[in-house]
Design a protein around this ligand. Structure first.
Ligand code: HEM
Length: 401
């Protein structure tokens, strides 16, 4: 269906926040609608929960190759990162890398995550006034990830500089073309590190990835192990996929709690609500607004014919407010249950591999920050970057009352 005047690919439409009213209108009147990417390519917008989920789960029909990005965030897909692979190559990399996110490994990290949260909150306390985005939201996932990857401490300051340039990509404050360069620097460093570990194995994450073997890979005609280059690329992907997303959930979560003092009081009174509160923050914020797929053959979505190869944009931001699935979707309710939010994707083989880590970080952060928030107030209005890809806040200055 063609709907006029709703250019969701224009970042300016997101300058004041996610255009929820437009999405509601589309869900009601045009669940699969025609649009145009910024490079002029026609595409389809998919906005209902059921359809976002169905397309995500049908990876045979809807390919992630050569990219799942829209043109607003062009990424050179060579060599293709895990996100841009289809089966069987995707299954191979996914199975070989999943070991890093095994629950036992994450459980062992639990203390560092809480320790990092407390350290960052203590530093903020000492400052009196601080930028939650830069000082905490960026550094929390960065420190956790570098701990998970066992990156030498001496290199972490340099890497933080690179990682900062991968968030809010496209926003002028971060430079017009700094993102890809920063990614290349991260990639070059981690690639060297992977090669170093291949020559000098240790008891760390890189060696775990290099030693992993996939039973039955030969039957598929695929290598049963990851090369050092593949390990370096995967680790680099984690830096971009794991940091800016968690960053958005932390800033967005704090804003949601400050805007809803009753829900904050509820959380402070009963920490057993932390799991549902984290899920509700993820639904409410929906850090990644969309990803795309392309059908490999002519197909249809909710009765709308879609031709082979046509870009199909899956709007998680809209699916997470779908009134067909969520009661009172525009209410922030930290006890919401069930909460089938699609912030980690609509299911299927590409669903976020780091979701366990992301939820762990968010829960520990909410637990740590809950008693601090009543003492804090906005020092300045929050500043949003210009992007339609992430639901981000680039500056969130807070001060103690
Ligand atoms: C709040 C935090 C996060 C959000 C909202 C988020 C969201 C997403 C989404 C929407 C996808 C794509 C799903 C699809 O295409 O169907 C994804 C994939 C992915 N995420 Fe996350 N993510 C988060 C945190 C993390 C973390 C902490 C890591 C790792 C440290 C991570 C690593 C990845 C990777 C590697 C993929 C690609 C998986 C694949 O293609 O098989 N993410 N994430």
């Amino acid at each position: 269906m063609i709907v006029q005047n709703l250019d969701l690919m224009d970042p300016k439409r997101f300058a004041d926040g996610i255009p929820y009213e437009h999405f509601r209108h589309l869900r009601d009147c045009a669940p699969v609608s025609r649009g145009t990417d910024t490079d002029g390519e026609p595409l389809w917008h998919v906005v209902r929960h059921q359809d976002v989920s169905a397309v995500s789960r049908d990876a045979r029909t809807f390919s992630s190759s050569p990219t799942t990005m829209t043109s607003i965030r062009k990424v050179d897909p060579s060599p293709p990162i895990i996100t841009f692979l289809d089966s069987p190559e995707h299954t191979r990399v996914r199975k070989l890398t999943f070991k890093v996110f095994a629950p036992s490994r994450l459980a062992a990290l639990k203390v560092p995550v809480r320790g990092i949260v407390d350290l960052l909150l203590d530093e903020a306390r000492e400052k009196g006034e601080f930028d939650l985005a830069e000082d905490i939201a960026l550094r929390l996932p960065f420190e956790v990830l570098l701990e998970l990857l066992d990156i030498p401490r001496r290199d972490r300051t340099t890497m933080l500089g690179w990682a900062r340039r991968t968030v809010n990509l496209g926003d002028k404050e971060y430079g017009d073309d700094t993102g890809p360069d920063a990614f290349q620097q991260i990639h070059a460093y981690l690639n060297d590190f992977a090669h170093h570990r291949a020559a000098h194995p240790a008891d760390d994450c890189f060696s775990l990835l290099l030693n992993a073997r996939l039973n039955g890979a030969e039957r598929l005609g695929l290598p049963d192990r990851l090369t050092p280059d593949e390990v370096g690329l995967f680790a680099s992907t984690l830096v971009t996929a794991g940091i800016e997303t968690t960053y958005c959930s932390v800033t967005g979560g704090v804003l949601a709690l400050l805007d809803h003092p009753d829900e904050l009081a509820r959380l402070r009174a009963d920490r057993r609500l932390l799991p549902t509160a984290a899920a509700e923050v993820l639904r409410w914020v929906t850090p990644v607004t969309h990803f795309a797929r392309r059908p490999v053959a002519d197909t249809e979505i909710a009765g709308q014919p879609v031709a082979a190869g046509e870009k199909t944009v899956l709007w998680y931001s809209s699916a997470n407010r779908d009134e067909r699935v969520f009661t009172d979707p525009d209410r922030f309710d930290i006890g919401r249950s069930p909460n089938p939010q699609l912030s980690f994707g609509g299911g299927g083989p590409h669903v976020c591999i780091g979701n366990g880590l992301a939820v762990l970080e968010l829960r520990e952060f909410l637990d740590g920050v809950a008693d601090l928030l009543p003492l804090l107030e906005l020092a300045e209005p929050p500043v949003r970057p210009e992007t339609n890809f992430m639901n981000s806040v680039k500056h969130l200055r807070l001060r103690f009352r």
